[in-house]
Design a protein around this ligand. Structure first.
Ligand SMILES: [Zn+2]
Length: 427
C-alpha cells in the first residue's frame, strides 16, 4: 500500500516528515518497505507552507531481512524490502487519518492519499514545475481537511517516479527541547561537506545550512548522494556535534534533482509559477539598485526583452553577474515573476568583445586632443575645427573577469531542488 501525505504543518510549527512516524505507529502490524520519500514540489507555489515538501512511503507486512532506516525514541525503525504487499483499504486509511487528526497542526490543509500502485509520473512533473488548478487525488482513496490543497502534494509525492537524486538524514529533537534554541556545533558537520554531504555548511555566510530556524521538531538534516555513507559517517558526526537526540529517519528525496526547471525558448512559455532555463543575450551593463539588488536587461531567443535579477541575499553571486556586458550570450535559470527572472544559476556561454574608450582621438590635422561634440555626436578639434566620428576615439578591448561556464547562488540562497553546478559538470 502506497501512502502520500502533505500539508500537515503550518507556519508556526509541525513537520510532515515527523508526522510520518505517528502514521507508522498507527499501523503497528505493518512496516516500511524501504526508506520513506521526501518529495519537494514547485518552490514558487504561492500555496506552499515552508519548503513545499510532501512525503510518500510504501507499507508492507514484515517479511524477509530488514534494514534500519531510522529510530524513534531509541527504537529502531525497520524497512522490509521483501515484505508482503498490503492492499489499500478504507479501514487502513481511517487508521492513518486518525493519526493525522490527532497530531497535525489544526490550521493545515492536510491531504492523505492511499493507493495500490503509483499514479502516472505526469502528476509529479505538473506539481514540481507548475501549479495545479484544484485539489484532486485522481480518483484514489483519500481524506482531506481545511482547504484540502495537501491532496495535490500527497498525490504528486506518490507519482514521483524516482530514482533518488539524493538522500536526507533528518534528526528530530526531544519533545521537551522543541521551541528552544538548537545546540549544534558547526565544525564537525562543515567538514562532512568534503566527501559525505552537500549543502550542510554555507561557506559564504559561514554558518550551518542544515539546521532550521523555525520552531519545528527537526534538529538537523544532512543531505548526501550516498545513503550508506550518510548512515556510516553522517549519523555519528551529527551525534558528536549536536544536542542529544534519539529519533531520526533516512529519506529518499528528489532534492538537488533540478526537476523544477523547465527549459524554454522564450519566457512566454514559462508555466504558471514556473522556474525556467532559457538562452539569452545581454543588452546593457547591469544596474545595481537600492537594497543591493542587481538587474540585467536581456532578450530571449525570440527577441522578447526581460530582466534578470540577482537579489541581495545572493551575495557574491551578484558580483559575477555584475560583470556581464552587452552582447554576452548567457543561459538563465530561475523563477519568472512579472517578466523578471530571479536568477538561481547563470551560464556564461560566450563573452562579447567589449570596446572601451581609452582617450579622445588626436586631431588628424593639427595633432591636438579633440573634444567631445556631445553624446553620440563624435569629436571636434577646438584648435582647427576638424570633426571626427564617434568611433575615431582610441578604443581597446575591456579585460573580462568572467569566464565561460556556470555560476550559482551561494548555499544559503539555494532551493531544496537546486542541482549543484558541480554535479551538472559531472564532478
Ligand atoms: Zn585640429
Amino acid at each position: 500500500m502506497l501512502v502520500g501525505l502533505d500539508d500537515t504543518d503550518s507556519l508556526t510549527g509541525g513537520c510532515t516528515t515527523h508526522l510520518t512516524l505517528r502514521l507508522l505507529a498507527a499501523v503497528p502490524e505493518l512496516a516500511l518497505a524501504g526508506p520513506p520519500r521526501l518529495v519537494r514540489l514547485n518552490p514558487n507555489n504561492p500555496r506552499k507552507t515552508r519548503g513545499n515538501g510532501a512525503v510518500a512511503f510504501t507499507l508492507v507486512r514484515p517479511q524477509g531481512p530488514p534494514r534500519v532506516v531510522g529510530a524513534w525514541h531509541g527504537e529502531r525503525v525497520l524497512a522490509y524490502p521483501q515484505g508482503a504487499p498490503v492492499a489499500a483499504t478504507e479501514a487502513l486509511l481511517d487508521l492513518l487519518w486518525a493519526a493525522v487528526e490527532a497530531h497535525a497542526e489544526p490550521d493545515a490543509g492536510t491531504g492523505l492519499v492511499v493507493a495500490d500502485a503509483p499514479p502516472p509520473a505526469l502528476a509529479y512533473w505538473k506539481a514540481v514545475r507548475g501549479q495545479a488548478a484544484a485539489p484532486d487525488a485522481g480518483g484514489l482513496a483519500h481524506r482531506r481537511r481545511g482547504d484540502g490543497w495537501g491532496l495535490v502534494g500527497a498525490y504528486a509525492a506518490l507519482a514521483w517516479p524516482g530514482p533518488a537524486a539524493s538522500w536526507e538524514l533528518i534528526a528530530y529533537r526531544a519533545p521537551q527541547r522543541v521551541g528552544t534554541p538548537r545546540a549544534v556545533e558547526p565544525a564537525p558537520l562543515a567538514a562532512l561537506d568534503r566527501a559525505v554531504t552537500f549543502h550542510t555548511f554555507d561557506t559564504a555566510a559561514r554558518r550551518l545550512a542544515c539546521v532550521p530556524h523555525t520552531p519545528c521538531p527537526v534538529l538537523a538534516g544532512l543531505r548526501g548522494r550516498d545513503a550508506a555513507s550518510l548512515l556510516a559517517q553522517g549519523l555519528p558526526a551529527l551525534r558528536s556535534a549536536a544536542e542529544p537526540f534519539d529519533t531520526w529517519l533516512l529519506w529518499e528525496t528528489n532534492q538537488a534533482s533540478g526537476d523544477h526547471v523547465t527549459p524554454v525558448q522564450s519566457l512566454a512559455q514559462a508555466p504558471p509559477w514556473g522556474t525556467i532555463e532559457a538562452d539569452a543575450v545581454v543588452l546593457d551593463r547591469p544596474i545595481r539598485r537600492a537594497g543591493g539588488h542587481l538587474f540585467v536587461s536581456c532578450k530571449d531567443r525570440t527577441g522578447a526583452r526581460f530582466t534578470a535579477a540577482a537579489f541581495e541575499p545572493t551575495k557574491g553571486f551578484r558580483d559575477a553577474v555584475g560583470a556581464l556586458r552587452a552582447g554576452d550570450r548567457i543561459t538563465v535559470v530561475g523563477p519568472v515573476e512579472d517578466g523578471t527572472v530571479r536568477l538561481e544559476k547563470l551560464r556564461v556561454v560566450a563573452l562579447a568583445n567589449v570596446l572601451v574608450k581609452e582617450a579622445n582621438p588626436v586631431c588628424p590635422e593639427c595633432g591636438k586632443r579633440m573634444k567631445s561634440a556631445g553624446a553620440g555626436a563624435g569629436y571636434r578639434c577646438r584648435t582647427c575645427g576638424t570633426e571626427a566620428p564617434p568611433d575615431a576615439a582610441d578604443l581597446h578591448d575591456e579585460a573580462r573577469t568572467l569566464k565561460p561556464g556556470w555560476l550559482e547562488v551561494p548555499v544559503g540562497a539555494r532551493r531544496h531542488l537546486h542541482r549543484p553546478v558541480a554535479w551538472t559538470m559531472g564532478l
